[in-house]
Write a protein that binds this ligand. Structure first.
Ligand SMILES: [Zn+2]
Length: 164
C-alpha cells in the first residue's frame, strides 16, 4: 500500500486534487510578514508551496501528531504510518462461548458487534464495554476471519499500526 507522500496530488480513491492555491500568492495580499521579512524572502520561503485540502487526523493518546490522513472529498482515511486504507478490521463482542478461537454465541445486545478500524480503537471500545457490562468477557475479533485476537497479540498489532 503506498504511503500518502504527496499532499497536493490527486486522491487515489476519488481522483480529486488536494493541492489548491499558491501560498506565496496568498501571503502577498496580507501584511503579517512585512515587519519581519522582505518580499524576496517571502517569495523564497513560500513560492511553489501549495495549500492542501488533505486533512491530518490526530488521535489523542496514540501519537503526538498526525496518525491518519483523510480526503475531504470522499472521506477515505489512510494510516499515516503504513499507508493502508482504513476499514473495519476488528469486531468487539462478548466472548461467552468459543470454538477454535471463533465465537459461536455472544453478540452485543443489538446482535451486531461493535466495529473498530484500528487496534488502538478496538482497545478503547473494549475498555468501554468492560466498564458498562463487566463480567461477560469482551473480546476483540478479526473482522475478516472472525477469529479471536489473543491479548498477547494486541501489542504486536498496535506496533504494526504505528509502523514500528
Ligand atoms: Zn478522495
Amino acid at each position: 500500500m503506498p504511503m500518502i507522500t504527496n499532499k497536493f496530488g490527486n486522491c487515489p480513491e476519488c481522483g480529486e486534487k488536494w493541492g489548491h492555491g499558491d501560498q506565496y500568492e496568498t501571503f502577498l495580499g496580507q501584511d503579517w510578514w512585512k515587519k519581519t521579512m522582505t518580499q524576496e524572502q517571502l517569495r523564497k520561503e513560500y513560492e511553489g508551496k501549495q495549500w492542501s485540502h488533505l486533512i491530518g487526523i490526530e488521535v489523542h493518546g496514540m501519537y503526538d501528531g498526525v496518525c491518519e490522513w483523510k480526503c475531504p472529498f470522499c472521506q477515505t482515511r489512510w494510516s499515516r504510518f503504513t499507508g493502508e486504507k482504513m476499514r473495519v478490521r476488528y469486531h468487539i463482542q462478548k466472548g461467552s462461548r468459543m470454538y477454535m478461537r471463533r465465537p459461536y454465541c455472544g453478540y452485543s445486545s443489538d446482535n451486531k458487534p461493535a466495529e473498530a478500524e484500528t487496534m488502538f480503537e478496538a482497545l478503547e471500545v473494549q475498555k468501554t464495554c468492560m466498564k458498562n457490562n463487566p463480567g461477560v468477557g469482551w473480546d476483540i475479533y478479526d473482522a475478516d476471519t472472525g477469529i479471536i485476537i489473543l491479548p498477547e497479540e494486541y501489542v504486536t498489532l498496535l506496533k504494526r499500526e504505528r509502523g514500528y
